[in-house]
Design a protein around this ligand. Structure first.
Ligand code: MG
Ligand code: MG
Length: 277
């Protein structure tokens, strides 16, 4: 069952999305050499509390963080703690918030300090841009698989990294979002022809779109802490995510400050008006 939201409910999700945007902005600024992932977690927790929102990550199946802090070869679900960031590291920060029962969920990748090779800049750029390609496919008349295809085909059109190819992680994907963080439908970041085209995209549908790319394998494994997901070949990974509503007037990127206006305009798409503006 896919939950279809009213415009009023989407406005609530926009409130939650803006809290997530603020939390990630603060985390980005705090992600400097010497900071620990636990300190970033506290930064996000304070922003969420200051807005009167609550975390949907903290306590989720026992998760102990407000953010997931995934460093270098960790793809997703890294547990914040004592790990100290060093110049040259790459961290993906995933964060969510709830306002009046409505959820937001987004992630960014940050290159910490300096000294990153060109391939890491490209890895993050391609991951983020593939997310925007997926967002741009969120239009009426399309089906869920069209979003998956847009993400995958964007990645496959890019120049290959020096040591091989981009691994599109297959064990995790995007999801419906609304009155819960993880809802139907599951969104693959690649086309699996065996699954069919999926549900039609209709106004009121909200998706968290979140590609994860490595510089090598798509294969991952979970560490003994039962959360941390690493690439099987030790190559580094990037993760970007936005929560997006399809409205009568087009897509609204709930977790982007500008609702996605600027990035979607570059792709020839007009973002829906901000219900809170
Ligand atoms: Mg997330
Ligand atoms: Mg998500």
């Amino acid at each position: 069952m896919v939950e279809i939201k009213t415009p009023e409910q989407i406005a609530k999700m926009r409130e939650a999305g803006l809290v997530v945007a603020e939390a990630l902005k603060a985390c980005r600024e705090a992600a400097v050499p010497g900071a620990t992932t636990g300190e970033l977690d506290a930064v996000a927790a304070k922003v969420i509390a200051d807005h009167g929102a609550t975390s949907n990550f903290l306590g989720y199946h026992g998760f102990t963080g407000t953010i997931c802090a995934s460093v270098n070869d960790v793809v997703v679900h890294g547990i914040p703690g004592d790990l100290e960031l060093r110049s040259g590291d790459m961290i993906s920060i995933d964060c969510g918030a709830i306002v009046d029962g409505w959820h937001g969920d987004a992630a960014i990748t940050v290159l910490v300090g300096e000294g990153h090779g060109q391939e890491l800049h490209e890895l993050s750029r391609v991951t983020e841009a593939s997310m925007w390609a997926g967002i741009a496919a969120m239009k009426r008349g399309n089906r869920l698989q069209d979003v998956s295809r847009a993400i995958e085909s964007y990645v496959r059109r890019q120049p290959l990294p020096p040591k091989g190819k981009y691994g599109i992680v297959e064990d995790y994907g995007g999801h419906g979002i609304g009155s819960a963080m993880h809802m139907d439908p599951h969104l693959l970041n690649y086309v699996d022809r065996g699954r069919g085209r999926g549900p039609k995209l209709v106004p009121g549908l909200c998706l968290a779109i979140e590609p994860m790319l490595s510089l090598g394998t798509p294969r991952t494994h979970v560490l003994e802490d039962e959360w941390t997901v690493k690439t099987n070949d030790g190559t580094w990974a990037s993760h970007w995510e936005h929560s997006v509503a399809l409205t009568e007037e087009g897509p609204l990127v709930l977790t982007a400050f500008d609702g996605g206006r600027e990035k979607l305009a570059e792709l020839g798409i007009t973002a829906a008006p901000d219900p809170l503006a």
